[in-house]
Design a protein around this ligand. Structure first.
Ligand SMILES: NC(=O)c1ccc[n+]([C@@H]2O[C@H](COP(=O)([O-])OP(=O)(O)OC[C@H]3O[C@@H](n4cnc5c(N)ncnc54)[C@H](O)[C@@H]3O)[C@@H](O)[C@H]2O)c1
Length: 328
């Protein structure tokens, strides 16, 4: 089927494009290249530069594509996602993540595209008491980024009900790693995330890694998180898109690995692969002790499960960044 991918030049979107093409789908990428790169778009995908805030352009592209077969489903990755930036610039986040989605949904309806897959985040859960997040768990975001994603989820649900659309909302946990081809990967630095920080230290771009907090109520005192390989995540998007088109129903699913690793465990796994220095530092505000996805629903609904573990995440991320550095 033909798939429209908004944000397909970004980190996760570009991996979804690779997996869609591997599954035999036809792909149209729509991106304003604000944080994405044209070079990350697979050469077999058709690329249109454009903003999701520009509804007329969205409709124009969808109508132009109709001549060779209508778009069956749209994937939305086109968002801003840096939590500290969302705290200092909340209006920019509401504009891009909420108004941008509103314009894109209006464009989809105008062009009669009735299936949408949306990237949400574990940030909608805020600081869950138990640590394991179920789709039914309370949603209490603690920053503007999470708030905009929750508002977007709710918009999709209301709009879908009113306009006969089907959606698949995915709430991602910690995403890392690179495609096995090493043609795409994460090449910008979200400096609050553990895996990029480890990689920067291992590749000599920072002196040492800081482990924030060693006195949490966890077995080794460091925070526990759920890490998922970007290719496993991307594969779930292919299955989610196929599912909602085939079964004409909507889904809301967590995407993680379903198991937690402490920061200390991630560091130990990485140290076995490459050397780097680290130190313990004070806790950061707003870091819950434990955040783990319950992924039972995604397993059951999509017949999906993660194939790649923490070692593959770290190995592929390191190999991709090393390759980028060597290429200059
Ligand atoms: N990376 C993570 O760890 C993570 C975790 C949870 C959720 N998510 C969600 O996944 C999605 C993709 O994240 P990513 O890590 O690939 O980020 P990214 O910045 O690499 O990709 C976003 C892409 O969307 C494009 N874009 C942004 N605003 C746009 C607009 N208004 N119009 C057209 N294109 C626009 C950018 O140019 C970029 O190519 C986001 O919705 C994000 O909230 C990411």
């Amino acid at each position: 089927m033909k798939v429209f991918v908004a944000g397909g030049a970004g980190y996760i979107g570009s991996h979804a494009v690779y997996e869609l093409l591997r599954a035999g789908h036809e792909v149209v990428v729509y991106d304003n290249l604000s944080t994405g790169r044209r070079a990350a778009v697979h050469p077999e995908a058709r690329f249109y530069e454009g903003d999701i805030l520009d509804r007329a352009r969205v409709v124009e592209v969808l109508e132009a594509e109709r001549e060779t077969g209508a778009v069956a489903v749209a994937l939305h990755f086109a968002a801003k996602l840096i939590v500290p930036e969302s705290v200092t610039h909340p209006l920019a986040y509401y504009h891009n993540n909420v108004e941008g989605l509103r314009q894109m949904l209006a464009g989809l309806i105008e062009a009669d595209v009735r299936h949408v897959v949306f990237s949400s985040t574990a940030a909608v859960y805020g600081e869950p008491g138990e640590g394991e997040c179920f789709e039914e768990s309370a949603t209490l975001p603690i920053n503007p980024y999470g708030e905009t994603k929750l508002a977007a989820e709710r918009m999709i649900q209301w709009v879908a009900a009113a306009h006969g659309m089907n959606f698949c909302v995915f709430r991602y946990f910690n995403v890392a790693g690179a495609d096995a081809s090493l043609e795409i990967g994460l090449d910008k630095d979200q400096l609050t995330h553990l895996v990029p920080l480890i990689m920067q230290t291992a590749l000599g771009q920072r002196d040492r890694l800081s482990i924030f907090g060693s006195d949490y109520d966890t077995p080794d005192g460091t925070c526990i998180r759920d890490y998922i390989h970007v290719s496993d995540l991307a594969r779930a998007h292919v299955l989610g898109a196929e599912h909602i088109v085939k079964h004409q129903e909507s889904l809301l699913l967590n995407l993680g690995s379903g198991r937690g690793y402490s920061v200390r465990e991630v560091v130990a796994e990485a140290e076995a692969l490459f050397p780097f220095a680290y130190e313990y530092a004070a806790r950061r505000p707003g870091d819950p002790a434990r955040l783990i996805a319950n992924i039972q629903k995604a397993r059951e609904q999509l017949d999906w499960q993660p194939r790649l573990g923490l070692r593959e995440i770290l190995q592929s991320d390191y190999a991709y960044r090393k390759k980028l550095l060597e290429e200059g």
